[in-house]
Design a protein around this ligand. Structure first.
Ligand code: ADP
Ligand code: ADP
Length: 230
């Protein structure tokens, strides 16, 4: 069964903009599905339908077999991590406190959160002793992005939604971050939907690539390997 399934998903914003229309799409377990397409074609809207940041106008989105509209928001947070371009770290909270946000919501005790935080910082290549107590403004763009990934993975969600996650990172740092993220995703087996306007990133990281046109129309859905062979 797919981990995420879009069924005739449609989103019309209150101002009448139809961002996504008639979308049918399955995201398979453990795959990284990259969504590419021109700016404004509905990629972010599609992603945000899956974690209920956007309510559908009609159709449905199933996550792990359940209509997201029926899933309680706290449970959804536990199952789906979310990473965006400028990360949205809380500026007045330390790196460790940022990573501990969802664990706190779930009532984890301090000890468990602390050891998980250290583990995650190691995973994303930041030395816990150096970074746990820093504030976001004391980090480089690439380091903030790493913390964003660590925070999204805090409670080990089976699904990760990523919207231009490396967009704010300089080209060199971006390449390294992509590689490291690829390794992490393989290691954890996380199912990922990745929005990017960077076709190179899509091919580098994606198992499958969905090419969209305006209105969230699926133009093409291919295995990255096939795409590369052409
Ligand atoms: P992408 O991520 O591919 O750039 P979006 O999903 O952000 O596309 O946007 C798709 C379309 O919906 C665009 O025309 C955009 O202007 C519009 N849109 C996005 N968010 C809103 C909103 N909150 N209200 C009205 N229109 C929106
Ligand atoms: P405070 O002084 O408010 O406790 P800190 O930033 O020192 O703020 O710690 C916030 C959280 O980060 C605490 O839960 C703490 O246990 C955790 N923490 C601090 N240092 C580390 C570390 N090296 N590794 C993992 N977690 C840490």
């Amino acid at each position: 069964d797919p981990v995420i399934r879009f069924e005739a998903a449609r989103k019309e914003y209150p101002d009448g903009t139809v961002a996504v229309e008639g979308l049918d799409l399955d995201v398979r377990e453990h795959e990284l599905l990259a969504l590419v397409g021109p700016s404004g074609c509905g990629k972010s809207t599609i992603l945000r339908m899956a974690n209920r940041l956007v309510e559908l106008t009609s159709g449905r989105v199933l996550v792990e077999g359940t209509d997201v509209a029926q899933v309680d928001p706290v449970r959804l947070r536990r199952r789906i991590g979310y990473v965006i371009q400028d990360v949205g770290l809380f500026p007045h909270r330390t790196v460790a406190q940022n990573i501990g946000t969802v664990p706190a919501l779930l009532g984890w005790d301090a000890r468990r959160t602390r050891s998980r935080t250290a583990e995650l910082l190691e995973l994303v290549g930041l030395e816990p002793g150096t970074y746990a107590r820093r504030y976001p403004h004391q980090l480089s763009g690439g380091e903030r992005q790493r913390v964003g990934v660590a925070r999204a993975l805090a409670v080990d969600p089976p699904v990760l939604l990523m919207d231009e996650p490396f967009g704010a990172v300089d080209p060199e740092g971006r390449r390294r971050l992509q590689q490291e993220f690829w390794r992490i995703q393989r290691e954890l087996g996380t199912t990922v939907m990745l929005v990017t306007h960077d076709i190179d990133e899509a091919v580098r990281l994606g198992d499958r690539i969905a090419v969209l046109s305006r209105g969230g129309h699926l133009e093409q859905l291919s295995d990255a390997v096939e795409l590369l062979a052409r």
